[in-house]
Design a protein. Structure first.
Length: 105
């Protein structure tokens, strides 16, 4: 299993300080390639044998939103499809859904 580099970065940052709570929350966009079960397993592996071993990982999934660059319609991409449902253009700007960051700790 390949460990998510963004999760590694979050853990490395957290290990610079003592635990303050019994859980942390990360935001993960639905356009990001991830499996929630694997992400939790990776978290447990990364924090094993550290002061964060008992800290629970909570994952907040951020819904995707895109905007067509032709007709400017804002829409939720179905099955990660980038084509605009109104005009069919494939030129879309991602407004939300590609996040992967620490929200609260």
């Amino acid at each position: 299993m390949h460990t998510n580099p963004r999760l590694i970065s979050i853990v490395q940052s957290l290990l610079q300080q003592p635990p303050r709570q019994d859980s942390i929350q990360i935001a993960v966009g639905e356009l990001t390639e991830f499996n929630e079960e694997q992400l939790c397993a990776q978290w447990n592996e990364l924090v094993a044998q550290t002061p964060f071993a008992q800290i629970k990982l909570n994952i907040h999934i951020v819904c995707a939103e895109q905007q067509c660059m032709v007709c400017f319609l804002k829409y939720h991409p179905e099955q990660k499809e980038t084509a605009c449902p109104q005009c069919g253009s494939v030129g879309a700007k991602i407004l939300a859904g590609d996040e992967f960051h620490l929200v609260s700790y």
